[in-house]
Design a protein around this ligand. Structure first.
Ligand SMILES: Cc1ncc(C[n+]2csc(CCOP(=O)(O)OP(=O)(O)O)c2C)c(N)n1
Ligand SMILES: [Mg+2]
Length: 695
């Protein structure tokens, strides 16, 4: 291989040194693409080109022809603003496109034309790397810190898969996870949370490469970030290596060798780099971070590389051949041997092989649905968090790919699988995860696990959904079927008071496109909610569950809970046309049923609609929605212990809500329900007023 690049950057860009040619190709593609798009970030791809090139050509176990090979090493670009680095690598390595059905299309993942379309509408080269949009992008990055968090989930999942599927003589999984991250990534709390857990779990298959360039947007990192990052990671229990100069590829290769030789902890490789290296005036300054650099800077940089100054989007054949040859030369035989191993494995372990096939296809193996429990009618009932725990535990033996845990609240969130091992350093195949009090990382790690074939779930109090909103949003953008469990979903929390009582969180979750927010109204709706969540293939689910007991509705008297699959359904009805429609969700559903019975006893024609998932309800056709909520019936009252925002969609201008317009308070639950109007009498009174108004 090539010797270390000369730190003085003497111009040596010629075909006799194809590695150097390839590195400079990455740099010039990044500059040209940013200049053409007139936006983006060229400086970091330029600085990291030697590091990324060395990683890909000398270490990454990756077959460009099958970028979906399950045991490939993962490469995560957490500093997503450096997206051109990834696109250039995918192009030079000649990575081939895989379609949504998992089939090769025969097209490149990123063609040169795609690079010329950088940041344009519908291109495969969006501003930040987007999972599902571009083959070879392992996760969507851009919000700093998230790729770091995801990578911990990927490393956990890789070890879980190894522990679950590997057999003597059949090492199906032994892959590593590499991350490129920046100062900003390591300033973010989510990366610190995730790194701390990675150290605890001893994830020796995880390597973060930290681009220590001492520059962020506002200027030098001395503005706000002067801690000793390396010592911090040592304190987390990581192995650390520093590479003094990003140009010194041999020193970097040594560092990766040290990572590969470390078997008990994750590795941080700090690489000191000069952002925008080669730019005549911008190199090493925050000006190299963003903006089209301008023709003059670009020509100057090209000149310093010994590159033809006028050439644009130039990809020398030798550069592409060098990268694709090196990556495929190592990766293809490994992948072919793996495929052959899987064939032999299938003979010996057909059941495991089938399960693996299903997981790879994004399907859930086995007949898990038969385990879904049914709950008997019960006036006292159980909390929906309790019901959820029972459903989870009923499913667990049938659904070994269901793995998760809580941010230190498992006894409250009921997310523990009884009779299962914890997932720990010594038991990587365990199922009960202890995320620690790290909600943000919990969400981000769960996304990484979902990107690696598992079905993760998380658990915390609903009010802390705000602490994990960024990864929930990214799960929705990436269409990952993660199950986010949120308990203690209202003022029903009681004495813990307003800090622990969610108000605006329901509306905030419902506002995320592609997230199925389900608030089941009793134990049987909770069962169906789980079924829906696990049946989703492209949507994350937020399960919103109560702390307090909810009566289990008598389904022989009222409609079946399977109505939840349509998002909303008529639970109880009257003879003839209703005079009032009462809508409820979650713990307020039985309250609405009681109000309905009272009104019916007084001769009012009333209907109850259970509306646990607005998301699913909006997916139904107009005829169904109109049958549930007839447009002609304007007298409507919705009852929910959350903010009113959004309910006007269902109650209209002439209806009303019993909802929360302030924060809650610390008191026993019965007092709070009375104070805020969640009583049968108040709902009936409002219903009569609304009926009167609409007469
Ligand atoms: C969570 C989050 N906050 C803010 C930003 C906007 N942003 C993009 S890059 C950046 C910092 C750039 O510095 P660094 O991370 O060191 O990357 P470098 O410029 O050195 O490549 C910021 C604040 C972001 N992408 N994500
Ligand atoms: Mg930086």
């Amino acid at each position: 291989m090539t010797a270390a690049l000369a730190p003085d950057r003497a111009a040596t860009s010629d075909a006799s040194d194809p590695a150097r040619l390839a590195i400079d190709t990455i740099r010039t593609l990044a500059m040209d693409a940013v200049q053409k798009a007139n936006s983006g970030h060229p400086g970091t791809p330029m600085a990291l080109a030697p590091v990324a090139h060395t990683l890909w050509t000398r270490f990454l176990r990756y077959d460009p022809a099958r970028p979906d090979w399950p045991n490939r090493d993962r490469f995560v670009l957490s500093c997503g603003h450096a997206s051109m680095l990834l696109y250039a690598l995918l192009h030079l390595a000649d990575v081939r496109e895989i379609d949504a059905g998992g089939q090769p299309t025969g097209q490149p993942a990123v063609s040169l034309d795609d690079i010329k379309q950088f940041r344009q509408l519908s291109s495969k080269t969006p501003g930040h790397p987007e999972y599902r949009m571009t083959t070879g992008v392992e996760t969507t990055t851009g919000p700093l810190g998230q790729g770091c968090g995801n990578s911990v989930g990927m490393a956990i999942a890789a070890r879980w898969l190894a522990s679950t599927f590997n057999r003597d003589g059949f090492t199906l999984f032994d892959n590593d996870v590499y991350v490129l991250c920046s100062d900003g990534d390591l300033m973010e709390g989510v990366a610190s949370e995730a790194a701390s857990l990675a150290g605890h779990l001893g994830l020796a298959n995880l390597c973060w490469i930290y681009d220590s360039n001492k520059i962020t947007i506002e200027g030098g990192t001395d503005l706000a970030f002067d801690e000793d990052v390396v010592r911090r990671f040592e304190a987390y229990g990581w192995n650390t290596v520093t590479v003094a100069d990003a140009e010194d590829v041999e020193a970097f290769a040594d560092a990766v060798e040290q990572f590969r030789a470390t078997t008990d902890k994750p590795t941080l490789i700090e690489v000191r780099s000069i952002i925008g290296i080669g730019f005549p005036t911008r190199a090493g300054t925050q000006k190299a971070h963003s903006d089209a650099p301008g023709e003059e800077e670009i020509r100057g940089a090209k000149k310093s590389y010994g590159w033809p100054e006028d050439a644009q989007f130039l990809v020398p054949d030798a550069a592409k051949a060098e990268v694709s040859g090196a990556v495929a030369g190592r990766g293809r035989p490994l992948r072919e041997a793996w495929d052959a191993m899987l064939d032999r494995y299938r003979q010996s372990f057909p059941e495991q092989a089938d399960a693996l096939d299903a997981l790879r296809a994004g399907k859930l193996p086995g007949d898990w649905q038969v385990a879904l429990p049914v709950f008997d009618a019960d006036a006292k009932g159980i909390a929906s968090r309790e019901a959820s725990g029972k459903v989870l535990n009923a499913l667990a033996p049938k659904a070994p790919w269901l793995i998760g845990g809580s941010a230190d609240l498992a006894p409250s969130t009921k997310t523990e699988i009884k009779d299962a091992e914890p997932l720990e350093a010594k038991t990587p195949g365990g199922r009960n995860m202890h995320f620690g009090v790290r909600e943000h990382a919990m969400g981000s790690i769960a996304n990484g696990m979902a990107l690696t074939y598992l079905r993760p779930y998380t658990g915390t109090f609903m009010v802390f959904s705000d602490y994990m909103r960024p990864p929930i949003r990214l799960a929705a953008i990436m269409e990952l079927p993660v199950v986010f469990i949120f308990t203690h979903d209202s003022i029903g929390v009681g004495e813990d008071g307003p800090t622990h009582q969610p108000i605006e969180q329901l509306a905030a979750l419902r506002a995320i496109p592609g997230l199925d927010t389900i608030r089941p109204g009793d134990a049987n709706e909770t069962t169906v909610a789980w079924k829906v969540a696990l049946t989703h293939t492209h949507e994350p689910t937020a399960l919103i569950l109560s702390r307090q007991a909810i009566p289990t509705i008598d389904r022989s008297r009222y409609a079946d809970a399977t109505g939840l699959e349509k998002g909303g359904y008529v639970l109880a009805d009257c003879e003839g046309e209703p005079e009032i429609v009462l809508i409820g969700t979650g713990s307020e559903l039985p309250l609405v049923v009681a109000a309905h019975e009272k009104l019916a006893g007084e001769g009012v024609r009333s209907r109850v609609v259970s509306l646990p998932s607005w998301y699913l309800f909006e997916k139904q056709d107009r005829a169904y929605r109109d049958a549930v909520l007839p447009p002609g019936i304007r007298a409507r009252v919705a009852v929910e212990q959350g903010g009113a925002l959004g309910w006007d969609r269902y109650v209209g201008h002439d209806g009303a809500t019993v909802t929360m317009s302030t924060f809650g308070a610390s008191a026993p639950i019965a007092k709070l329900q009375e104070k805020f109007g969640f009583t049968v009498d108040n709902v009936c009174k409002l219903a009569r007023e609304i009926m009167e108004k609409n007469r």
